[in-house]
Design a binder for this molecule. Structure first.
Ligand code: G1P
Length: 294
């Protein structure tokens, strides 16, 4: 029986250049999606999957991300003084949602380097990695499925999604053989291949469950695509040595680091919001009638 996964690592040091100008002074992880910053969805997803220890790999520009999961004593006291007890409790709850710690990536040396910085915190345990650009609107189904697959196989698991070949060069790409259900056995991994070099149309999405041996591979890996230390390259070594599974899914993923997907995520999550949803739905219906003549 494989060890239970208790820890998650969230690399949140990226500059967010796909979302300028808003990300010039605001960390992309703090962009509001309806009424919560993007990073909160990702932490809540980890918690919903049973993980209670979260390490943020942050940077000197990402202090608000760390602060969001810390106590805000003065704000809490002022809310209490005004009798806004529910608001105060909501603010406090964010500091208690999980054991959230952070480590800083001083230099942008790549995703693999960011994950390698979690080694001391994670130790000799399996762990999940959640890339905060990807928001999952799936009630935690993907991550829970991946954790279950790790539990059953004891092998690392990576989320995979089919994409048009024309888009594959934006992602890590995996070749795979069928295994069982939506689990596939990964046979090759390449970071951001040209479409003509891509071994398949299966793209690596930002959810991973790793055996701790990945840290040894990350320590060995040399700069790859874009001159950066690539997580995908260390994964290829791990896969070759001990095997790796892919968990293929199709629904619920939004790349909120990208403007168009950010808008889609905002609309879908607003529709699902218990307080805002019903009125917003009516607004969309009226809007569609006015603009599209539907
Ligand atoms: C990273 C990974 C890539 C993966 C992608 C998923 O790329 O390096 O393998 O497919 O996340 O979003 P990035 O988007 O940071 O360039």
């Amino acid at each position: 029986m494989a060890q239970v996964v208790r820890k998650a690592v969230i690399p949140a040091a990226g500059l967010g250049t796909r979302f300028l100008p808003v990300t010039k002074a605001v960390p992309k992880e703090m962009l509001p999606v309806v009424d919560k910053p993007a990073i909160q969805y990702v932490v809540e997803e980890a918690v919903a999957a049973g993980i209670d220890d979260v390490l943020l790999v942050s940077s000197p520009y990402k202090k608000p991300v760390e602060d969001h999961f810390d106590r805000a004593f003065e704000l809490e006291r002022r809310l209490e003084d005004k009798g806004k007890h529910a608001d105060a409790a909501g603010v406090r709850a964010l500091a208690e949602i999980a054991q959230v710690a952070s480590v800083r990536q001083g230099e942008p040396l790549g995703l693999g380097h960011a994950v390698s910085l979690a080694r001391r915190h994670v130790g000799d345990e399996p762990f999940a990695v959640l890339l905060p650009d990807d928001i999952m609107v799936d009630g935690g189904e993907l991550l829970r499925g991946m954790l279950a697959a790790y539990g059953e196989t004891g092998r690392s698991v990576v989320a995979l999604k089919e994409f048009p070949m024309s888009e594959i060069s934006s992602y890590g790409c995996a070749a795979a053989e069928p295994h069982a259900g939506n689990l596939v056995r990964v046979t090759q991994l390449v970071e951001k291949p040209k479409p003509e070099d891509a071994p398949s149309n299966l793209a690596v999405m930002g959810r991973y469950v790793f055996a701790p041996a990945i840290f040894g591979d990350l320590a060995e890996v040399r700069p790859g695509h874009g001159g950066e230390i690539q997580l995908t390259d260390a994964m290829a070594t791990l896969m070759a040595r001990e095997g790796m599974f892919g968990y293929v899914f199709s629904e619920g993923r939004y790349d909120i680091g990208q403007k168009q997907d950010f808008l889609r995520a905002t609309v879908e999550l607003a529709l699902e919001h218990p307080d805002l949803g019903p009125e917003f739905r009516q607004f969309l219906v009226d809007l569609a009638k006015r603009h599209l003549g539907l």
